[in-house]
Design a protein around this ligand. Structure first.
Ligand SMILES: Nc1ncnc2c1ncn2[C@@H]1O[C@H](COP(=O)(O)OP(=O)(O)OP(=O)(O)O)[C@@H](O)[C@H]1O
Length: 283
């Protein structure tokens, strides 16, 4: 049974008893086992746990982007008043990007190599918002400002940017439609530590400005407590503990959460790094 901490008084997304299976040669393998949680408006909700525990499977199924052999075998996913599981493909396509955007570890490679960044902004914005090209470019400039990329780079191609810049461009494109929820699955893991930190600080600042909610996924619990409001700890497809970031950090209840922490030096280091991160984020 999910703990009371799994729920929120002002939910944007409600996941209830979600089950996701993979069809394998040996039969059905249940990767997500009756998982329930809310993500509040403007909240950063973290999903942590060891490799293979089902984090990415949840990320994909929330947006109905899971592909065979995965299928949702039970449960409900509500975005505000809509049960996403009952929407048609056309209705879901409208929700994707404009209401729920996703940024993945390899997202920087998802930019189209033969199109300029300008064309990619225009494609996404005109398609989803029906704006004119001039309006889309104006929006693109504003988004570049937000992620600290000079406006005159808009006509460049993806290969002309560093990995960190490409990842920031993907985030800028994702945010250009003002989604209500942004799903970030290990969004910076492929980057070096300094760039990771810089990008996460930027996301933190943008969230304050735009008020979107975030589903943040990483196996790195220390990093997660720096960024999240609440955290769910997953193990073998189940949520074993949900609590505020502070409680997960200072007072982990479940034995497995305690074990995850055991790989980090000590609680004072965790506190220190959080304070430093927040200072940096607001600087
Ligand atoms: N295409 C697939 N076919 C069969 N099983 C799969 C498939 N993709 C994932 N799984 C299994 O589903 C489970 C959950 O995988 P998932 O990728 O969601 O975990 P994760 O927590 O995101 O892991 P990581 O941190 O390594 O990305 C794992 O046991 C994995 O082996």
């Amino acid at each position: 049974m999910a703990s009371e901490h799994a729920f929120h008084s002002d939910p944007l997304l409600r996941v209830r008893d979600l089950c996701v299976d993979y069809i394998t040669d040996d039969g059905h393998f249940r990767a997500v086992k009756s998982v329930s949680f809310d993500i509040g408006r403007g909240e950063v909700f973290g999903l942590a746990g060891e490799s293979g525990c089902g984090k990415s499977t949840i990320a994909f199924s929330v947006n109905n982007l899971h592909k065979p052999p995965a299928y949702i075998s039970g449960g409900e996913i509500w975005l505000e008043e809509r049960n996403l599981r009952t929407l048609s493909n056309k209705e879901l396509a409208a929700v994707r990007w404009s209401e729920i955007a996703m940024v993945f570890q390899s997202a920087m490679n998802s930019l189209n190599p033969v199109l300029t960044i300008e064309e990619q902004f225009v494609d996404v914005i005109c398609h989803h918002k029906g704006w004119t090209r001039a309006e889309a470019i104006d929006r693109a400039y504003k988004m570049l400002d937000l992620v600290n990329i000079p406006r005159d780079r808009l006509r460049d191609y993806p290969h002309q940017f560093s990995g960190g810049m490409r990842q920031r461009l993907v985030i800028a494109i994702a945010l250009s439609l003002s989604p209500k929820l942004i799903i970030m699955d290990e969004p910076t893991t492929a980057l070096d530590v300094v760039v990771q930190r810089e990008i996460l600080q930027q996301i933190f600042t943008l969230k304050e400005e735009f008020g979107f909610s975030v589903l943040f996924i990483t196996h790195d619990l220390a990093l997660m407590t720096q960024l999240s409001d609440r955290i769910a700890i997953m193990r073998h497809g189940e949520i074993v503990e949900v609590n505020t970031s502070k409680e997960i950090r200072q007072n982990p209840q479940h034995e497995y959460t305690q074990k995850l922490w055991a790989s980090f030096p000590n609680i004072h280091d965790r506190e220190g790094s959080k304070a430093k991160f927040e200072q940096g984020a607001t600087a």
